[in-house]
Design a protein around this ligand. Structure first.
Ligand code: FAE
Length: 527
């Protein structure tokens, strides 16, 4: 090594050593200053997404005092604005150094407890929401009621008539579901992608449907007229919406807080649960700051525990607690998991000579292709926006298929991670459907398979809708009480056996309403 190189390497090594030392010292200082706190709670809910929010409201209305632990931030309380797709900021990712959208991750970030997280497995990446409101903060707001025939097939033991006459209408009202005005849709330049998508689908012989949403379309019309601040028309969606979207913090959670019976503790990341001899639970959580540093170790002892941490969160808590302290588990926990048939695809060269799919796009999808009744190729697909700030003549689709082969979730104790038995064999039929759809669309309209967005045109590994693993009536009783337990309940997407045929939050909310109503009626929460 020459002298110059020696000095350079030595200097780097020394500065590296000091950096390392200062990191180690900072971590040690933080640990030494960490506070500990113990609390008692009659009813504890983990997670503030759909299942958690419904449970909180109905229990609070019934006069129960509820504490809710949420690992993500309370954005409204923090007063930090959400960032948009073209300028990702604090809200863009959960403690990551780079943006984590499904594509175009060219943005560097300072790690912050953002709203969107991605869980990476060998053959599938799963996106989830973090923050008070869970997935409702980051999702596209598509509020779709499943087809009754498929609901009956997926849940043969539920009273479908009661769901379609009572629970689905109830949640549509509570979630503030509405439909875009047809004239606005036809005239608004921000919906060219939907108009082109529908026109092309019709030309290819497909049936399209209008998709309801929780985004307030009257607000959107005002946005368009520049009467109010823009949100959906300003590329806000998967990193949160500053306006317009009726996320759970504006619906169920707000109502629950108004009862005075709910306390929400944000930035509380639950690590594991322990079953005590008197059948109560001790829940251990890290209270973190917005950089992810642990500032306090907290334990909560509760009589009744509701897991609503979302499919992956709930499975992580159950399986990890079992690995760490022998938490009792039923053999069906982790089984019957699915990606709701999620399969992304797209097309390039869509109407390149007539303005493509539009340079301006609303982030809120309102159209879909319904091919569910086709025996050979049953699927539903969302005509998704791609608001990139310029016309890229590209159409994006999120297909929802049947899940013919289910997956399985387990826990690897040595690596301390969840594992997922899921590979290309689980998505064979989904790929066939996507190929069929894209080929038919291209034959009728021109265009190519989208190599621009995906490797070879297909995103088999993109999942927004993880479902199952703690299935109603299998790992739980018929109302979500976990088998082998007296005081533990699961109320979230993990109750749905891996598939529901449409975007799932309306169903998750309805099932949670049904379960909590019956649990309260059975005096499960009489303390
Ligand atoms: P979820 O909403 O995920 O809430 C779980 C909460 O628990 C989260 O806030 C977590 O931070 C929290 N949590 C997890 N682990 C812990 C822990 N250890 N300690 C403390 N807190 C914890 O659960 N669905 C639709 O129906 N329509 C759509 O348009 C749509 N678009 C989507 C777009 C994107 C980008 C994504 C990611 C999802 C989308 N979904 C959509 C799916 C939907 O948001 C999801 O199915 C529901 O949010 C799941 O509801 P859960 O109540 O199961």
């Amino acid at each position: 090594m020459d002298r110059k190189k020696f000095i350079k390497t030595g200097a780097l090594a020394i500065s590296g050593f000091y950096f390392l030392q200062s990191d180690v010292l900072r971590a040690a200082a933080l640990k030494a200053n960490r506070q500990t706190e113990k609390r008692e709670a009659p009813v504890l809910i983990i997670g503030s997404g759909y299942g958690g929010a419904v449970s909180a409201l109905r229990l609070c209305e019934a006069g129960k005092k509820v504490i809710m632990l949420e690992m993500g931030l309370n954005w409204e309380k923090a007063g930090i604005p959400f960032s948009n797709l073209l300028k990702p900021g604090k809200s863009a990712a959960w403690l990551k150094k780079k943006s984590i959208a499904p594509f175009m991750n060219i943005f560097s970030l300072t790690p912050f407890t953002g709203t969107l997280d991605r869980l990476d497995f060998d053959h599938i990446n799963i996106w989830v929401g973090r923050g008070v409101g869970g997935g409702s903060l980051v999702n596209g707001g598509m509020a779709v009621t499943p087809k009754e025939s498929y609901f009956r097939e997926v849940f043969p033991d539920l009273d479908a008539e009661q769901f379609y006459s009572f629970y689905f209408p109830l949640v549509q009202k509570e979630l503030k579901v509405n439909v875009i005005d047809e004239q606005f849709l036809q005239e608004c330049p921000y919906y060219k992608f939907t108009r082109v998508g529908e026109e092309e689908a019709h030309k290819a012989g497909f049936k399209t449907i209008r998709v309801p949403n929780v985004y307030d379309f009257k607000y959107m019309e005002k946005e368009f007229r520049n009467e109010v601040p823009r949100s959906a028309l300003n590329t806000e969606v998967i990193y949160g919406n500053n306006h317009g979207k009726n996320s759970l913090d504006k619906t169920y959670l707000r109502k629950a807080l108004e009862t005075g019976n709910l306390e929400i503790l944000d930035l509380h990341h639950v690590q594991n649960m322990k079953l005590n001899d008197d059948k109560t639970y001790t829940v251990s959580a890290h209270h973190i700051d917005t950089s992810g540093n642990i500032i306090a170790d907290k334990t909560f002892t509760c009589k009744k525990l509701i897991l609503a941490a979302g499919t992956m969160g709930t499975l992580q808590l159950l399986l990890r607690s079992n690995a760490v302290n022998g938490f009792p588990l039923h053999e069906k926990v982790g089984k019957n998991w699915g990606n709701n048939g999620n399969f992304m695809t797209g097309r390039n060269w869509v109407k390149p000579l007539s303005g493509g799919t539009g340079s301006k796009q609303s982030t809120i999808p309102v159209g879909g292709v319904d091919n569910w009744e086709d025996k050979e190729h049953p699927f539903f697909t969302e005509i998704a926006p791609l608001p990139m700030g310029m016309d890229v003549a590209t159409a994006l689709y999120l297909l929802i298929n049947r899940v013919e082969k289910k997956g399985e979730v387990a826990f690897d104790k040595t690596r301390d991670i969840l594992t997922l038995k899921w590979d290309e064999s689980n998505t064979v039929k989904m790929r066939e459907n996507a190929k069929y759809f894209v080929r038919k669309m291209n034959t009728a309209n021109g265009g190519t398979r989208s190599h621009f967005l995906f490797n070879n045109g297909f995103g088999a590994d993109i999942c927004y809708h993880p479902l199952g693993g703690c299935v109603l009536g299998e790992a739980t009783d018929r109302y979500g009480k976990v088998k082998n337990h007296d005081n533990l309940y699961v109320l979230d997407g993990s109750l749905i056996p891996g598939t529901i045929g449409v975007n799932p939050f309306v169903t998750i909310t309805a099932i949670a309403e049904y379960c909590i109503e019956n649990l309260i009626r059975q005096n499960e929460f009489a303390l």
